[in-house]
Design a protein around this ligand. Structure first.
Ligand code: COD
Length: 163
């Protein structure tokens, strides 16, 4: 039986921190779904379909598209419903700090209770541990250089949106 996992996120936009987690998770599972999920707690900058396209371009740029990674979006119900649909037994999340642990722990327990889906936490590469999508959005909005924090297609996209 093949192992399937889901890496969910707002990815608004995808950052090098996300890419690091995706790249390492893809080595642990036969199939990895990177899924853009609408987070009602956050005001989004980039439309979901465009976030999906930026993830695809960013993975392609890194030579990660010919393997076991599927990019998708999900906005019609529980994340575990998506997991059940694709036969995923695990959700993979990146943990940067105690704040992430506090935010993610209740969701992990509820997702296990709802559908028996386990959550696996990966520690970040220290080089990207300080990076977040909100930081990228802020630097970009104020005219700063986001190239150190995001894949090239995202830097290019943000450059055009702030021109
Ligand atoms: N290094 C490592 N990991 C990172 C980094 C970094 N630099 N930056 C972000 N991450 C991790 C985050 O900790 C998170 O695990 C993941 O990457 C995605 O981050 P974001 O910011 O893109 O996405 P979030 O935090 O807004 O997550 C939104 C979700 C919608 C995925 C989340 O809220 C969720 O799982 N919702 C489930 C909805 C549901 O079914 N609810 C009911 C049961 S709980």
């Amino acid at each position: 039986m093949s192992s399937v996992a889901v890496v969910p996120g707002s990815f608004d936009p995808i950052t090098l921190g996300h890419i690091d987690v995706i790249e390492r998770a893809a080595k642990l599972f036969d199939e990895l779904h990177v899924v853009v999920v609408h987070n009602p707690d956050k005001h989004a900058l980039i439309p979901i379909a465009h976030r999906v396209a930026l993830i695809e371009k960013s993975l392609e740029e890194r030579g990660l598209t010919n393997g076991n990674i599927v990019v998708n979006s999900w906005s019609v119900g529980l994340l575990v419903d998506y997991c059940t649909d694709v036969g995923a037994s695990a959700i993979v999340k990146g943990i940067r700090s105690q704040v992430d642990v506090a935010y993610e722990t209740p969701m992990a327990i509820v997702n296990r209770n709802l559908a028996g889906v386990e959550t696996i936490f990966l520690l970040p590469d220290p080089a990207h541990a300080h990076v977040s999508s909100s930081l990228v959005r802020q630097v970009s909005a104020l005219g700063g250089d986001v190239a150190p924090y995001v894949p090239a297609p995202v830097a290019e996209f943000l450059q055009h949106t702030t021109d």
